[in-house]
Design a protein around this ligand. Structure first.
Ligand SMILES: Nc1ncnc2c1ncn2[C@@H]1O[C@H](COP(=O)(O)OP(=O)(O)O)[C@@H](O)[C@H]1O
Ligand SMILES: O=C(CO)[C@@H](O)[C@H](O)COP(=O)(O)O
Length: 481
């Protein structure tokens, strides 16, 4: 009988579970379940969704190993008994924007530029609202009683792995000591340095006022123990942040840039050295294989498509058809997609906007196309920031729910200036977690050949990005590029 492994992606909008053959990678079963809306979510809701998704995948009683990947940065605070202190603040919750600014300024003794240089060099990432350290500073300032009750801090994937190991409310000090994470997710906290491979407790103390218990950071194929719940007896992998999970899932190599269009838009690459971008555009994360994962993340991607489809009263496939019916460049209509504020560039209070409205351009088809092009332009800016850090970019690999849209695929080919590869629709973060689980079981990452990939061709149209950049520069950046 085949040995089975499972991978989980506990992402912003949903939880996905895949069960694969450990040797061949063949997909045996899968399931998913929705997460609640909002940017503040109680971790119990993720646990409920995980249970539903596991049941939909036919259970995990027969799997030999499981790894959990998840949305990054979410602040999960536990008290001394192991109980969750308050609902988690997610990566896309911007209430911590001012706290992030304070942390940067304080590190430079009041000077933001030298503060940013400190963070880039010490941690690899200049904090913005998304980063866990900024959320902890917000907690200390706004909910001191919750901050005082916080005995341990962990991330969404750490907490789910811990629950699978049988820990939870009532586990006490021994339970907190069993918390584990991996390099990729630790690198998004703002108090773990990918270059040093260690926590910087002084940075955490500056953020929260003291240093609570933290998860042990496991190596790429180090086990987090044995599952006792949902997959009893299965080996637990270290897990990963979802972007590092996607890199594992698509098998990204040198020259590949992964572009993910989910709730977040991300552009990232696996690299051989740690980056430190003091401009704050590129986060210098770690990957899940012992290397690095320089990454740009935006707050606005697939949900801009959801909102535009809702406004036009069409389904997502209909939105794609509308966008494809419009001319490239949408007759000059430019949509800046900062609907939820923006993280890159760091404009937490920004709003979206529409430019170039004329009697000719103001049509449903052009609006659909402008939404797609606006998202892709913001990711093209991310790509430019990445290559400015020395990242080699030859091919873009599109993943995430939005990559299912042919209009998105074609816009990528027109705007990014790279060869665009689209793996067949799938759950690549959960697949990456499953691949990690197989690696933990067998001692090395398997080379699964599990997905077909198509190359998208569409004539490049540099006018789209030029026009977008002019609009962003004048309307949002005070004339700066
Ligand atoms: N056919 C489609 N066309 C465009 N977008 C799609 C399509 N199918 C799914 N999506 C998008 O996928 C998104 C969810 O993607 P996903 O990567 O699962 O998000 P997350 O990882 O943030 O939870 C939805 O917001 C939806 O807009
Ligand atoms: O904050 C980041 C990366 O820094 C986001 O990429 C989150 O990890 C959420 O991912 P999705 O659920 O949108 O895929």
């Amino acid at each position: 009988m085949a040995t089975l492994v499972a991978g989980v992606d506990s992402s912003t909008q949903s939880c996905k579970v895949v069960v694969r053959d450990a040797e061949t990678g063949r997909l045996m079963r899968s399931g998913s379940a929705r997460h609640p809306e909002g940017t503040e979510v109680h971790p119990d809701a993720w646990w409920d969704s995980l249970q539903t998704a596991v049941a939909a995948a036919g259970g995990l009683d027969d799997v030999a190993a499981v790894s959990v990947a998840g949305q990054q940065h979410g602040m999960v605070c536990l008290d001394a008994s192991g109980q969750v202190v308050r609902p988690a603040l997610l990566w896309n919750d911007t209430r911590s924007a001012a706290a992030a600014e304070e942390l940067v300024k304080e590190a430079g003794d009041g000077d933001t530029s030298s503060g940013a240089r400190f963070w880039a060099e010490a941690i690899g990432t200049v904090p913005v609202a998304s980063i866990t350290a900024a959320k902890l500073r917000w907690l200390a300032e706004n909910e001191p009683e919750n901050a005082a009750r916080t005995a341990a801090v962990c991330l969404p994937h750490d907490w789910l792995t811990w629950r699978l190991a049988g820990h939870g409310a009532g586990s006490g000090a021994a339970g907190l000591a069993a918390l584990a994470t991996d390099r990729s997710d630790a690198s998004g906290t703002g108090y773990w340095s990918p270059a040093a491979g260690d926590y910087l407790p002084e940075v955490l103390e500056q953020a929260l006022g003291r240093v609570p218990a933290l998860p042990r950071v496991l190596g790429p194929l180090e086990s987090a123990g044995t599952a006792r719940v949902l997959a009893p007896g299965a080996l637990l992998g270290p897990g990963a942040g979802d972007n590092a999970g996607a890199a594992l899932g698509v098998g990204a190599g040198v020259g590949d840039v992964v572009v993910s269009i989910g709730t977040s838009g991300t552009v990232f690459a696996v690299g051989g050295h740690a980056t430190s971008d003091a401009s704050g555009l590129v986060a210098g994360f770690a990957d899940a294989t012992g290397h690095y994962l320089p990454l740009v993340c935006t707050l606005n991607a697939s949900r801009v498509l959801d909102a535009t489809a809702a406004l036009l009263g069409v389904t997502l496939p209909e939105l794609t058809e509308l966008a494809l019916a419009a001319p490239s460049g949408a007759d000059g209509l430019t949509l800046v997609p900062y609907f939820e504020g923006e993280r890159t560039p760091n404009l937490p209070d920004a709003m979206g906007s529409l430019h170039g409205i004329t009697l000719k351009s103001y049509t449903p088809a052009n609006l659909a196309r402008a939404a797609v092009e606006g998202i892709m332009c913001s990711l093209a800016d991310g790509l430019a920031a990445l290559t400015a850090q020395g990242v080699q970019a030859e091919r873009a690999i599109l993943v995430g729910g939005g990559a299912r849209s042919r209009a998105v695929q074609e816009a990528a080919a027109q705007i990014l200036g790279l060869t665009v590869l689209v793996p067949e629709p799938g759950e690549y973060v959960a697949d990456g977690a499953a691949r990690q689980a197989a690696g933990v079981l067998g001692g090395q990452l398997p080379d699964w050949e599990t997905h077909r990939t198509t190359t998208v061709t569409s004539p490049p149209d540099p006018r789209i990005l030029d026009r977008y950049r002019t609009v962003v520069s004048t309307a949002y950046l005070g004339g700066r590029a």
